[in-house]
Design a protein around this ligand. Sequence first.
Ligand code: RIB
Ligand code: CA
Length: 303
Amino acid sequence: MKLIIDTDPGVDDALAIAMAVAMPEIELLGLTTVFGNTFTYQSSRNARYLLNLFGGDCPVAEGATLPYGATTYDPADEVHGPEGLGAMATVPDIGRNHAEGAAAFLVRMAQENSGELVVCAIGPLTNIADALKLDPAFASNLKELVIMGGAFEVPGNITPLAEANIFHDAPAADAVFASDLRIVMVGLNATMQTLLTPENFVDMSKSAPKVGGFLREIHEFYLGFYRSVGVMDGCPMHDSTALLACIAPEQFTFQTSGLRVICTGDAIGQTVADASRPPVRIATGVAATWAVAQAMAQVATYD
Ligand code: RIB
Ligand code: CA
């Protein structure tokens, strides 16, 4: 599978990227970066650092720095850490960003791999909306867009009604759901079922001391956030679950509905059914034990 991951790394993004690099069935053609867990420059730097650590080799194309209609954006440090990778106070700036911006890179790669390229978007959808504006054929060229985002008739995580990736750029997400892209939405309906525990991370660090040890370290901060809000003694593998939906949709259950995003008021970022919109496959369930085992097994392939 030819894959590009659009990402705001981000602690759980890091695990998804490690899995994508490790999986033989994935040909990772690039990472495109966006604000969300971090500022965009941090996302790009972190993406290049993670690829170097995981032994990946693909372009990192930097994307949007602001949500649609916004003049400022300020990441919430308390969830993913001051530099986006847990407690890491500094992240080495390795290599350089790709010459093209994210939207231009996405459009060109979809043209050159028409009908074959899958994009897994695990941050706000600004780059995807930009690609749709840049090339009207982007929707038809792309095989599928799999997003980590949304909460369909279940509680949100950044507000009672909204999931963070959608909330961080509601207008962009609404434009994506209004498009003719073939979309799979892997939202909190599924990702809140795939929980990693502190013991899972201890096991990762034992099976792969370098990479597993790194993932355990950066997830300590993320686990601390979830403990602090009393949600659980563990953390959902949000982004990795979306990645797994790219390669093994048979492990998920889906319902289909057109969607729109509330873009004003207290419900901003809520994903709601809209029968006038093109159908989206919404993941309603996942083989959670299988998904966690996949994450453990892919990390164990590292040193
Ligand atoms: O709501 C979870 C999503 O928001 C994940 O993609 C996480 O990385 C954050 O971006
Ligand atoms: Ca993310």
